[in-house]
Ligand binder design. Structure first.
Ligand SMILES: Cc1cc2nc3c(=O)[nH]c(=O)nc-3n(C[C@H](O)[C@H](O)[C@H](O)COP(=O)(O)O)c2cc1C
Length: 194
């Protein structure tokens, strides 16, 4: 069967969705990110791609640090919310009630609600046309015992495979699900029930 030639894009589905924390103290922020990849083994390194227009961009660029927080699948609506609101006009901490712990090495905080947290320090930055690629070393790793296998490795069967959007049409914005008022109400119900 002949194939349809499409407008080129970065289709590699399903994609993981993580929550990135960056900055410190009352300047700390968080946002959702799916442009993430493992890119080196020794030392362990990952890369994330961030658009300069994000409020979080300068925090990462200036401090050279961030934390990758891998959420449980049922935190998808939290990821929708923090990925469609900006720290410039929304206090995402107040709106979500998310709590944090101090990281072991880096300054940005780690999210309590996520079972796995990777503390990262930027080693290289590549300015690309729409995003910057931050290549970072994972300098500390934290996980709840319940997501570890017998070899003390994070087992993604146990971690519910992390949070992944399966639909090919989903790019950065979960358009089918994004209803800001409903999302905000859902976040508040979750926050107030915790
Ligand atoms: C599922 C999902 C994935 C996203 N992935 C990325 C990404 O890889 N890179 C990026 O720069 N923004 C990404 N975004 C958009 C940011 O999370 C969004 O613009 C957010 O509002 C930025 O917040 P800030 O301005 O407080 O930093 C994604 C959003 C969603 C919902």
């Amino acid at each position: 069967m002949s194939k349809v030639q499409l407008t080129p894009n970065t289709t590699l589905y399903p994609v993981p969705v993580v929550l990135i924390t960056c900055g410190a103290g009352d300047k700390a922020n968080l946002f959702s990110l799916n442009r993430i990849a493992s890119c080196n083994a020794e030392p362990p390194m990952i890369s994330i791609s961030v658009r300069p227009s994000r409020a979080s961009y300068d925090l990462i660029d200036q401090t050279g640090e961030f934390v990758v927080n891998i959420p449980w699948p049922d935190l998808e609506f939290v990821s929708d919310f923090v990925g469609t609101t900006s720290g410039r006009e929304t206090d995402k901490w107040q709106e979500t009630g998310l709590t944090t712990q101090t990281a072991a090495v880096v300054t940005p905080p780690m999210l309590d609600a996520c079972p796995v947290n990777l503390e990262c320090q930027v080693r290289h930055t590549l300015r690309l046309p729409s995003h910057s690629l931050f290549v970072a070393e994972v300098v500390a790793l934290h996980a709840l015992p319940e997501v570890l296998n017998g070899r003390q490795e994070v087992d993604f069967q146990r971690a519910g495979a992390g949070l992944a959007y399966q639909a090919g049409v989903v790019r950065e914005r979960p358009v089918n699900k994004f209803r800001p008022d409903e999302l905000r109400q859902q976040i508040h119900r979750w926050r107030d029930g915790n």
